[in-house]
Design a protein around this ligand. Structure first.
Ligand code: SF4
Length: 358
């Protein structure tokens, strides 16, 4: 693997909220709540260059770490960019000033609904009113970074997506990112998911309304796909250019292979309870660059490289088909798509919905 463009650092696995849709809730008995040690964070810094983004977030609330600002400042000193995702409950005036002073690339704040009654039910902890007041305060500050609203589409809250767009615009946010509930630990969480194999007309209508609302309110919006695909060479977590550093100082391909748990990681996939052993490339303490160029990392990323190569080779076949008389673009694309046999993804990616474009 070449040096990563994005290093996601799990500042902590502790959280003051109790989201019903977070794996921490059903898995609370085996959950390891831990702040990252400074020595592990410092081990990341030699790889931070101009153009590297260090995203401070994992399976926890980063604003709980007492040295968060020191970490952000250290990244900036290396000329890297820094960003974070927060649940917004602790985003008070002092925190907002620190964010502006440090110079973050962006801040993402997660919301679970557009009304307090639904939001606070799905996410017991900091209430919607408090979070919105905090976002509004940050949005009004001079020199503040772009503010993104992160919203996970679920059955109970999907209908409120247009309302979230409207709310986001009214409190000064710049973008709404509607993603899927992609880490599903068991059947209870599975009942919340919207995406699947089939078309969902209701979801499509809501999304169309949300896009319309975004245009009207002049706010950017990104919405993740709701249908599984079989032709995704590399998942959106992009382990070819991104690494995840856990609060325990391990270097993993993504957040999904290294949840802070004792024992295996449960994955509820297509109606079946599955699990995978926790996986990482190695420890920061063994030398960041040494670990990401090591055998485990090469084997993992190599599987995705082969999938990319298969698509490139398929594209070349597509050009050859296009040269055939009478064959239209769309037919050639369809033939090639059906012909491409993607090599197997890494074993650790079995039962991961991200591999299906979600
Ligand atoms: S497919 Fe899933 S487990 Fe594999 S790298 Fe992507 S996000 Fe991680």
């Amino acid at each position: 693997m070449t040096l990563p463009d994005i290093i996601q650092v799990e500042v902590t696995t502790a959280c003051q909220a109790g989201c019903t849709f977070c794996p921490r809730t059903p898995l609370r008995d085996g959950w390891i709540s831990k702040h990252i040690e400074w020595s592990d964070f410092a081990g990341v810094l030699p790889l931070v260059k101009k153009g590297t983004l260090v995203h401070l977030q994992g399976w926890g609330e980063p604003l709980l770490h007492p040295h968060l600002w020191d970490m952000a400042a250290a990244v900036r000193q290396q000329k890297g960019s820094v960003s974070l995702t927060t649940n917004g409950g602790l985003l008070d005036e002092a925190v907002a000033r620190e964010i502006c002073r440090t110079g973050f690339k962006f801040i993402a704040v997660s919301l679970a609904g557009a009304t307090a009654s639904l939001h606070d039910k799905l996410r017991p902890g900091p209430g919607l009113d408090v979070i919105c007041a905090n976002i509004e305060q940050l949005s009004r500050m001079k020199g503040r970074p772009p503010v993104h609203i992160a919203f996970q589409m679920m059955k109970p809250n999907l209908e409120q997506l247009p309302g979230v767009v409207s709310l986001a615009a009214s409190i000064g946010a710049d973008r709404v990112i509607a993603s899927n509930l992609d880490c599903i630990a068991g059947p209870e969480m599975d009942r919340l998911r919207v995406f699947g194999q089939e078309r969902n007309q209701f979801a499509e209508d809501v999304i169309a309304e949300a896009m319309h609302m975004a245009r009207e309110k002049k706010i950017a919006i990104d919405i993740y796909p709701l249908r599984l695909r079989q032709d995704v060479p590399v998942c959106e977590a992009d382990p070819l250019h991104t690494v995840f550093v856990t609060s325990g100082g391990e270097i993993a391909p993504c957040v999904y292979t290294r949840l802070p748990l004792q024992g295996d990681i449960p994955r509820y996939f297509e109606g079946r309870q599955e699990s995978i052993p926790p996986f990482s490339y190695g420890r920061v303490g063994d030398g960041f660059e040494y670990v990401i160029k090591g055998k485990k990392a090469r084997e993992f990323t190599g599987a995705f490289e082969r999938r990319n190569e298969a698509v490139v080779a398929g594209g070349a076949r597509g050009f050859a088909l296009l040269a055939m008389p009478g064959l239209r673009n769309i037919q050639a694309a369809d033939i090639v798509r059906k012909q491409i046999q993607l090599p197997a993804a890494p074993e650790q990616c079995r039962f991961c919905y991200k591999l299906f474009g979600i």
